[in-house]
Design a protein around this ligand. Structure first.
Ligand code: G1P
Ligand code: ZN
Length: 551
């Protein structure tokens, strides 16, 4: 086998975002673009000779081509083995599971998560470390630094590897083990949840619909729900992964998972509905004619964890990202366990889980997970819900309403303004910064924050976080306007988009009064929404009358 060293010049835009490097497919197809980034990863992680690497992706357009390149580069960079999901498929949670189970040096996951795919769609690449979790910022920054000064990469001159047949093949001295992408993951799920009880629930007439959105979870959902839990075949919708996700936007929310939403809000609706995203780490939970916000879902899983075999021994703690509602904090207080507030992005949970400080983690962006792996996990969340439903024998809506009655309701919504000009988005954020002083202090009285109707500002800041495990500090993580009564408005710029800027506006208020729990969230948050629009001049500055997506 011949190894070649190829001269190259750096690209300046290979900075990993919230979750790896994401670009349009044509960007990845520029000469040496993929190779430069992969070599920068290999140079940074410096795996010992003979190390094992996990490799797979969500099956999107360019997945198979990228895998061939990465295999040849791994061989030329001294890896001893690559564990490759058959047909190049591995969901993000399954990759995390495999990295941990086989104690590999790390893994490369090819995905742009919930972003659309196709020849002009998005592609992405992320590196996960030996704990199975996304590389922490100090590694992603080092990868970026390496990409800025790269001069050469190493690659094997070899024929393509057959991706669709299980078994070992050699690429020089490196073994490529093509393995079933589902079985290790399905086995882990069986070890955590009461499959017997869920099987009984499903055979007793409880009907479920899982929307795989033509993305990676199709084969996983089929194996788990149909083969192992006995659900009817048609319980899994759009189960065949397609390189362009059938032209859809594989993001499990009320806007993009509309086929599922129509089924769950229609007549003769199933009892339970769920969806996952492109790479299988997100989840949306629906009951019959009922939507569970991801923030509530995290709180409800925590409050009911004692019903689930894998969590019966109790929770060490809970962590949520800053923009996620404080519903989980209330459960943590009742359970007398700590609740950590981290910046957005799953990578901030890794240290807390590795140190045994938290068991459950969640984000408002349809991400929920636990220390069983080091990624959020869509199907895990669905199984957790099904286990609770099997144990409690109540409807989804009844479980949520009982939860609100006990803990109060953290009314919550997120408004996304997608694809706006970067300058306008930055202008909004700058203006908010400039207004901190006037919002926080009423000059006449010299104390107290600005008053908007019955709401008074308590504090404004740009969220920063000191990791309690390694002491690393992350600043500039989102503008918070906190009110005296516990309501809050948060503004953040997305770190995962590839076109223009996406401005996210997060809104939350607390409602202890059960007689008001039936209110629609947009109605209940109307005052906060108008305050947010007023102080940010968002409409004037972006020219947008309404958000692109409301969740
Ligand atoms: C978004 C979500 C964030 C999540 C990330 C990856 O990032 O908001 O919670 O961790 O996708 O799935 P953002 O685009 O907001 O930076
Ligand atoms: Zn994802």
């Amino acid at each position: 086998m011949q190894f070649r060293t190829v001269s190259t010049t750096p690209y300046t835009d290979q900075k990993p975002g919230t979750s790896g490097l994401r670009k349009r497919v044509p960007a990845f197809r520029q000469p040496h673009y993929l190779e430069n980034f992969v070599q920068s990863v290999f140079d940074t992680v410096a795996a010992p000779p003979g190390a094992t690497l996990v490799l797979g992706g969500d099956g999107r357009y360019y997945n198979r081509e990228a895998i061939q390149v990465i295999l040849k580069m791994a061989a030329a960079n001294g890896f001893g083995r690559v564990l490759l999901g058959r047909s190049g498929i591995l969901s993000t949670p399954a990759a995390s599971c495999v990295i941990r189970k086989y104690q590999t040096h790390g893994g490369i996951i090819l995905s742009a998560s919930h972003n659309p795919g196709g020849p002009d769609g998005d592609f992405g690449i992320k590196y996960n470390t030996a704990n199975g979790g996304p590389a922490p910022e100090k590694i992603t920054e080092a990868i970026f630094a390496a990409s800025r000064k790269i001069a050469q990469y190493r690659i094997a001159d070899a024929p393509d590897v057959a991706l669709d047949t299980s078994g070992d093949t050699m690429l020089g001295d490196m073994t490529v083990s093509v393995t079933d992408p589902v079985s290790d993951y399905a086995e882990l799920m069986e070890s955590l949840f009461d499959f017997g009880a869920i099987r009984k629930l499903l055979s007793g007439g409880f009907r479920i619909k899982f929307e795989a959105m033509h993305a990676v979870t199709g084969p996983y959902a089929r194996e788990i729900f149909v083969n192992r839990l006995g659900a009817p075949e048609d319980s899994v919708m759009n189960a065949v992964p397609l390189p362009d996700f059938g032209g859809g936007h594989p993001d499990p929310n009320l806007t993009y998972a509309h086929e599922l939403v129509e089924a769950l809000y229609g007549s003769n609706a199933p009892d339970f509905g769920a969806a996952s995203d492109g790479d299988g780490d997100r989840n949306m939970i629906l009951g019959r004619h009922f939507f569970v916000t991801p923030s509530d879902s995290l709180a409800i899983l925590a409050a009911n964890a004692h019903q689930v075999p894998g969590y019966q021994q109790g929770l060490a703690g809970i962590a949520r990202s800053m923009p996620t509602s404080a519903a989980a904090d209330r459960v943590a207080a009742t359970l007398n366990i700590p609740c950590y507030e981290t910046p957005t992005g799953w990578k901030f949970f890794g240290n807390l889980m590795d140190a045994g400080k938290v068991t459950l983690c969640g984000e408002e962006s349809f991400g929920t997970g636990s220390d069983h792996i080091r990624e959020k996990d869509g199907l895990w969340a669905v199984l957790f819900w099904l286990n609770i439903l099997a144990a409690r024998r109540q409807s989804v809506e009844a479980i949520v309403r009982e939860h609100w009655a006990r803990f109060g309701r953290n009314v919550y919504s997120r408004h996304d303004y997608e694809g706006i000009p970067t300058d306008a988005a930055n202008g909004v954020m700058r203006l908010l910064h400039e207004r901190f002083a006037e919002l926080q202090a009423c000059t006449e009285q010299g104390r107290g924050g600005a008053q908007f109707g019955h709401l008074q500002v308590r504090l404004c800041d740009d969220f920063s976080y000191t990791d309690p495990v390694d002491g690393s500090v992350s600043t500039g993580q989102g503008i918070r306007i906190l009110f005296v009564d516990g309501s809050r408005i948060v503004f953040r710029l997305s770190g995962t988009g590839t076109e223009g800027a996406t401005l996210r506006l997060y809104l939350e208020s607390y409602e202890p009064d059960v007689s008001k729990h039936h209110l629609d969230a947009q109605q209940a948050l109307a005052t906060l929404i108008s305050i947010a629009l007023e102080i940010s001049e968002l409409r004037q500055r972006t020219g947008r009358e309404r958000p692109t997506v409301i969740t």
